[in-house]
Design a protein around this ligand. Structure first.
Ligand code: COA
Length: 288
């Protein structure tokens, strides 16, 4: 993965980012969680505390810390002034943005937490782990998901010769759909087969593909661009935004962040919360 200077205060460098954090390989220490507890809002702590599993608590916490880092890096708003709220469909936004243009979206699934941020335009992101269904065989799983995909999409998915490749294409399409509905903030409240994708280039780790086309109700939406890649051979990710296709821009590579990268410049909002930290650390892990 490409890596660039973290914490650079140059606004231009920080205005359009893609970040990835491997939550699965992070074993948080009590000190890290204590510090993190001082960087987030009370309602965020309450939500994280309600998770049964540490896996979910970690992903949610990292997502919130990444949002703060992006807002701070891209706008230079002091950490102490950053407050998030959610709209009526659950999408987080910067509460006290004023005239500051800022757009970001987080996704967490499988091993990763990812953030896409752009100061100028709405953005949506989704990451999915590519894995066979847990309690079903692949044809049964596809039968259940039949109505979520268009004829065009099913014919592409089923064109692959092995079930693993079909599942990989399925999750690629799923990321595309989610990145679109998350961009416009509606979530999965619309018939997903009406949001249909035509994919061309194959995904590869380290390569960003941006020739996928979107059809909504069978109408080509040329002004929507999707940047897709594999974070590793088991995680697909897609980012969506609107863009004039005649304006050529370079796809944005992912920076792989560590916990220290994410909190390097963070400033406390409140005192560290020992109860939150010990509850967090004592949560059980999902059994796979
Ligand atoms: C939003 C939604 C698409 C998330 O999909 P998902 O694959 O389960 O989750 P992801 O990991 O990709 O994304 C979750 C993150 O997206 C963001 N998010 C939440 N709601 C969102 C929305 N409506 N649009 C965009 N982003 C949203 C949050 O940062 C969230 O992280 P958090 O749960 O730690 O706060 C899905 O939950 C959904 O469709 N919900 C329905 C929303 C709705 O209409 N609710 C009715 C009113 S409650």
């Amino acid at each position: 993965m490409n890596s660039r200077q973290i914490g650079d205060s140059n606004i231009m460098d920080n205005s359009n980012v893609r970040w990835a954090f491997n939550a699965n390989s992070w074993q948080p220490t009590l000190d890290q969680i204590l510090a993190a507890s001082s960087y987030i809002q009370q309602e965020e702590k309450e939500r994280i505390t309600r998770f049964v599993f540490q896996d979910d608590a970690k992903s949610s916490l990292i997502g919130r810390l990444m949002m703060r880092k992006f807002v701070h890096d891209s706008t230079l708003l002091p950490y102490e002034n950053i407050r998030f709220q959610r709209d009526d469909r659950g999408k987080p936004y910067l509460a006290n943005a004023g005239d500051v243009p800022i757009n970001f979206n987080v996704s967490h699934q499988g091993d990763y937490v990812v953030l896409a941020g752009n100061t100028m335009k709405n953005i949506g992101i989704d990451v999915m782990k590519i894995e066979p269904p847990l309690h079903k065989n692949v044809p049964e799983f596809f039968r259940i998901m039949k109505r979520q995909f268009s004829e065009r999409e099913w014919s592409k998915i089923l064109s692959y010769p092995t079930e693993l490749k079909q599942i990989a294409c399925f999750y690629r399409m799923w990321c595309l759909k989610e990145s679109y509905v998350k961009n416009i903030g509606i979530g999965i409240t619309v018939p997903l087969d009406k949001i249909s994708f035509s994919v061309k280039s194959e995904l590869k780790v380290g390569d960003i593909v941006s020739d996928t086309m979107l059809y909504v109700n069978n109408t080509l939406k040329e002004d929507w661009l999707f940047e897709e890649t594999l974070l590793d051979d088991r995680h697909a990710v897609a980012v969506s935004f609107q863009q004039d296709r005649n304006v050529k821009t370079s796809p944005v590579p992912y920076d792989s962040l560590s916990f220290d990268d994410i909190v390097r410049d963070a400033k406390p909002l409140v005192e560290p919360d020992a109860t939150f930290a010990s509850n967090f650390i004592s949560k059980e892990f999902k059994k796979i």
